[in-house]
Write a protein that binds this ligand. Structure first.
Ligand SMILES: Nc1ncnc2c1ncn2[C@@H]1O[C@H](COP(=O)(O)OP(=O)(O)OP(=O)(O)O)[C@@H](O)[C@H]1O
Length: 297
C-alpha cells in the first residue's frame, strides 16, 4: 500500500468529498443515523398520507444540501406553495405542467450532454471526470408526484405521456450523470399509469410514512420484504416523521426524521442563496434540440 503521495496521481483526479450528496435526516430504530446518500442510492420515493411527515423530510434535505456544491431543482405542481419559499436556493422551480415539461426536457438534454462529455473522456460517470470538467450534480425534488400524471382532460394526454417518459429517462440514466430524484407523494398507485410503476422500479430508495391507502404502501415497499409493508401499515398518526426506509442493501428499517421546520429550511435556502447556480448558466451550453428526439433516443 502506498504511504507517500504518488507523484503520478494527478490532484485533479481526486474524488469528490465523501460527504457530498449525503444528508443525515433522522435516526433509525437501531440507533444509527438515517442517511440519505444520493451517490449510493440515486433515486428515492417518499410516500405518505397528509400530515405523515413527507414535507418535514424534504425540509431536512433542503437544509442538508443547501450548503453543498450541488444544484437543487423543484417540481411543485400544487402551484408552488411547498417549494417557493426555498426558491432562493433553487436553480429552477416548475409550478405547472408546461414548466415541468420544459424543465424535464432540460434535464434530459443535460444528461445527453454529460453522456457525451463522459464518452469523450473515457469516463463511466461524472465522478470519473477531472473536477475541472465535472458538471454540477443536480438533486431534483418532486413535491406531489401524482400531479405530474393526473389528467384533467384528454388534451393533456400527450403532455403527460412526454412528462412521464422524460422523468423515467432521468431515472434510468441519472445516476451516472449526476442527476438524482427525490419524489414525494401521497398516492403512488398504479392507477396513475404504467409510467409510475416503471419509475418505481428505478427508485431503489424507498421511504414509506403512514399511508391511508394500502396500495401506496404496496407500491412503495411491496416488492421488498412483506414484513416491511406490515410495519408501514402499523405506523400511528400521532408519530409524524416515522417511516419505513429501505434501500439497495435489501434491508429495511423503521426510522424517524429529525424535526425540521419550514422556517429552518427557508432560512437555509436564504443563507446559501449564493450557491444557487442560475438554471440559464447550467443549461447555457446546451444546443437547440428537439427534446422528443432525445427522449426517443
Ligand atoms: N420527525 C418529526 N418530528 C416531529 N414532528 C414532525 C416530524 N415530521 C413531521 N412532523 C410534524 O407533523 C406535521 C405534518 O408533517 P408534514 O407537513 O411534513 O406532513 P406531510 O406529509 O408533508 O403533510 P401534507 O401532505 O399535508 O403536506 C407537521 O406539523 C410537522 O411539523
Amino acid at each position: 500500500m502506498a504511504t507517500m503521495r504518488d507523484p503520478l496521481v494527478k490532484v485533479d483526479h481526486l474524488p469528490a468529498s465523501p460527504d457530498l450528496l449525503k444528508v443525515t435526516v433522522g435516526r433509525l430504530e437501531t440507533g444509527k443515523s438515517w442517511v440519505v446518500d444520493f451517490r449510493t442510492v440515486p433515486h428515492w420515493l417518499n410516500a405518505g398520507a397528509t400530515q405523515s411527515g413527507k414535507s418535514n423530510l424534504a425540509n431536512a434535505l433542503i437544509v442538508g444540501l443547501a450548503p453543498q456544491p450541488v444544484a437543487l431543482v423543484g417540481f411543485d405542481l400544487k402551484g408552488g406553495v411547498e417549494f417557493t419559499p426555498y426558491s432562493p436556493r433553487l436553480s429552477a422551480l416548475a409550478t405547472d405542467r408546461t414548466e415541468s415539461l420544459k424543465l424535464l426536457d432540460d434535464l434530459v438534454g443535460l444528461m445527453i450532454d454529460r453522456m457525451g462529455l463522459c464518452r469523450q473522456a473515457a469516463a463511466r460517470n461524472i465522478w470519473q471526470l477531472p473536477p475541472a470538467l465535472r458538471p454540477v450534480p443536480i438533486v431534483v425534488l418532486v413535491d406531489e408526484l401524482a400531479e405530474l400524471y393526473l389528467m384533467a382532460d384528454k388534451s393533456e394526454k400527450d403532455e403527460i405521456a412526454r412528462t412521464s417518459t422524460a422523468l423515467l429517462r432521468v431515472a434510468q440514466l441519472g445516476r451516472a450523470f449526476g442527476i438524482y430524484l427525490f419524489c414525494c407523494g401521497q398516492r403512488i398507485g398504479s392507477d396513475l399509469g404504467p409510467g409510475v410503476t416503471a419509475l418505481r422500479a428505478q427508485c431503489s430508495g424507498r421511504i414509506c410514512h403512514r399511508v391511508n391507502d394500502p396500495e401506496t404502501a404496496t407500491m412503495t415497499l411491496g416488492d421488498l420484504d412483506p414484513a416491511a409493508l406490515a410495519s408501514a401499515r402499523a405506523i400511528a398518526a400521532e408519530t409524524p416523521g416515522v417511516a419505513i426506509v429501505a434501500s439497495q442493501d435489501g434491508q429495511w428499517y423503521r426510522a424517524r426524521s429529525f424535526y425540521v421546520s419550514e422556517h429552518t429550511a427557508e432560512h437555509a435556502a436564504k443563507t446559501y442563496a449564493h450557491l444557487a447556480l442560475p438554471w440559464d448558466e447550467i443549461t447555457a451550453h446546451l444546443p437547440d434540440y428537439d427534446p422528443s428526439e432525445l427522449i426517443d433516443a
